[in-house]
Design a protein around this ligand. Sequence first.
Ligand code: ADP
Ligand code: MG
Length: 263
Amino acid sequence: MEPPLLDVQHLTVTFAGERSMATAVDDVSFHVGVGETVGLVGESGSGKSVTAFSILRLLQPPGRVTRGKVIFQGRDLLELPEREMRAVRGAGISLIFQEPMTALNPIMRVGDQIAEALIVHGLTSGEKARTRAVELLEAVQMTDAARRVRDYPHQLSGGMRQRVMIAIALACHPPLVIADEPTTALDVTIQAQVLDLLRELKARYNLALLLITHDFGVIAEMADRVAVMYKGRLVEQGPVRQILREPSHEYTRSLLAAVPGMR
Ligand code: ADP
Ligand code: MG
């Protein structure tokens, strides 16, 4: 059997307070195979974003990984020198956030931001990078891409900004994308369009996707397998269809009950 692309083993993250330690992620293990979509689902505060940030080593103090391994393409990312980790971010694993407005640079044209992602990873330079930025905006189905590259983030709608984020995430053809609540800030119609886009891009580029959400409806629509997180722990994981049919944990049942028309 092929080894998983990403294999998170016993990940444990604590936040040190003035006089106590809080465990935000507690002995979490899961894997993502090549081309697979795995959902990480749980209510707000359950440790999903901390897990994503730990995988990419973007966690800020006082947060600290105190135990575990993050094996990506055979190497433990937690052991890599920072210089090699920078190459992994973007070219190996890229991250799409919930709120593109905070992730995008407000005073830089979106085309330049996409081009910069290409240049940082040494994939292209100058005029070529600008042409490629237009192509990437076309790939994420941005209407009028050739003109939109010159826009600033505030000139775009929320859905368009999320398309720009996805274009940046795909710029270096990473084998794995982590999408942290990619559609939570969008209204329902736009949400559906962005999910359709992610599905199409996944198929086209054979991407693996770690899809983080509090919404089991999104998981049911998108994921092959799901891991359910509750108060920092994984309470169950398995194929989505099996968990939809027979959720074994009370908490999973309550997440399913929250989705209209699901049960
Ligand atoms: P989720 O993404 O599932 O909504 P998070 O991963 O952001 O949840 O947070 C999980 C928990 O980690 C929070 O409930 C909180 O206890 C802790 N936490 C996150 N960020 C910080 C921080 N900067 N300082 C202290 N505790 C934090
Ligand atoms: Mg979060």
